[in-house]
Design a protein around this ligand. Structure first.
Ligand code: LLP
Length: 428
């Protein structure tokens, strides 16, 4: 699953001791495993190899340019949703033709940047956006390739906030109006509307949602083709699962089993936009215990990481496995909360931020913890640093990439100067 393992009672990232990394870089710190990133990318590619797809790593899940560069060297393209993400993809050396650009509210500036960069596929989310792109493309004499993001109205059975392919969400164009968008746009327009894009939600553990959505898209494509539209691309989006407690995600082969037979002979170029399935378990967040206290009958472990560094528990009630980095005699057997030890203590693991929603875990059974101990928060490679904020004027932590026995800083810790760098201080 990944290369974070306990050896002789100490957590290691590949060959590096997490305790030593925390000593060298301070806490909180995000630590990524290069081997895990590469392994997950390779596994994804292998599972879907029959389709010879373009795999566009979803930058929003883990955006560090060094990590993007690593995945680009491995063969990845990129899924971006903003001018800023496009900038990162280009900095990582991406071939613009291997970039897909989605997003429900692209500005004219962002569309212009996409045209200037020559991105391979613009995923259009509304008729209004298509009109704007059409006008911009005519002005520039550009002929961008585009796909229409359709909303297939399939329930992916995931958190409400990350459900995107169901009616009444803001994403894409309703499936039953999609054919009309193609008809109205016409075949001779500047924008070459040649594909269909979906993204159902994240994470989607129910593989049948892909089956249902693809069947609906293929029906649409058959209709469009019968009317003379040359549809040659399908972008299946992301949403592929990752293990948080070690048991919830179907294997990639289970996704492939429903996707490959449907697309094998469809005469379509296939694109995927995986994020979480590659990055989530390629990173951990190391945090030090500042204080332990009892209050209102509960035991609180107050750590130096917070909802700023990992907002998922506060925002989605998400589960992240947490365990002491040095755990001699208590090496966890799995990543479920229930570990087979008798002397565990239920703690609320909370941060220093001034919100009661600032917690990483509630009533979590851990070995007895004391001030100065180091804890690892697992599955923090995706949607962790990318969603980090500076709330309470807390500088964001560094990111470290481990490769075998070597480690390197890929983003430095922010300073107090960084906190105010964009503010106009000259008038004060
Ligand atoms: N493509 C599109 C158009 C997307 O909107 C997303 C994610 C992806 C691909 C990548 O999805 P993935 O393979 O990573 O599931 N912050 C939430 C997740 C939000 C996902 C947003 N869109 C979380 O922490 O769970």
């Amino acid at each position: 699953m990944d290369f974070f393992t306990f050896r002789n009672g100490v957590l290691h990232c590949e060959e590096r001791s997490a305790a030593e990394l925390a000593g060298a870089y301070g806490t909180p710190v995000y630590v990524y495993s290069q081997r895990t990133l590469c392994d997950h990318f390779d596994r994804f590619r292998a599972a879907l190899a029959e389709l010879d797809p373009l795999i566009c790593f979803s930058i929003k899940s883990c955006q560090n340019v060094q990590i993007c560069r690593l995945l680009r060297e491995r063969g990845s393209g990129f899924d971006v949703v903003s001018g800023g993400e496009l900038h990162r993809a280009l900095l990582a050396g991406a071939d613009p033709q291997r970039i897909v650009f989605a997003g429900v509210g692209k500005t004219e500036q962002e569309l212009t940047e996409a045209l200037d960069a020559g991105v391979g596929l613009l995923n259009i989310e509304s008729e209004s956006e298509l009109d704007v792109l059409e006008a911009l493309a005519r002005d520039k004499g550009a002929q961008p390739n585009a796909a229409l993001r359709v909303n297939p109205d399939v329930d992916p059975h995931t958190h409400e906030y990350t459900t995107t392919g169901k009616k009444q969400t803001k994403f894409g164009v309703d499936l039953d109006r999609a054919a009309d968008v193609f008809r109205r746009h016409g075949p001779d327009a500047a924008v070459n509307l040649r594909g269909v894009h979906i993204h159902l939600g994240s994470p989607v553990y129910d593989v049948s949602a892909y089956a249902e959505a693809l069947d609906r898209c293929l029906e649409l494509i058959t209709t469009l083709r019968s009317e003379g539209f040359a549809i040659d691309t399908i972008d299946v989006g992301g949403g592929f699962g990752a293990h948080y407690d070690g048991s919830e995600s179907p294997p990639l082969t289970a996704y492939a089993d429903v996707i490959v037979p449907r697309l094998r002979d469809a005469g379509l170029r296939v694109i995927f936009e995986p994020g979480r399935t590659i990055a989530a378990n390629a990173g951990i967040l190391l945090t030090r215990v500042l204080h332990v206290k009892k209050s209102g009958g509960r035991r609180f472990v107050i750590v130096d990481a917070s909802m700023n560094e990992l907002v998922r528990p506060a925002l989605y009630g998400a589960y992240h496995f947490i365990w002491p980095v040095t755990a001699a005699g208590h090496e966890p057997q799995t990543r479920v909360a229930d570990q087979p030890f008798k002397d565990l203590v239920p703690y609320d693991v909370v941060g220093p931020v001034c919100e009661s929603g600032d917690f990483l875990a509630k009533q979590r059974a851990l070995p007895p913890v004391q001030r100065g101990d180091l804890l690892a928060v697992f599955s923090a490679g995706a949607y962790a640093m990318v969603m980090a904020s500076q709330y309470n004027s807390r500088p964001r932590p560094p990111e470290v990439l481990v490769d075998g026995a070597t480690d390197r800083l890929i983003r430095r810790r922010e300073t107090y100067e960084d906190l105010v760098a964009a503010e106009e201080l000259s008038g004060t």
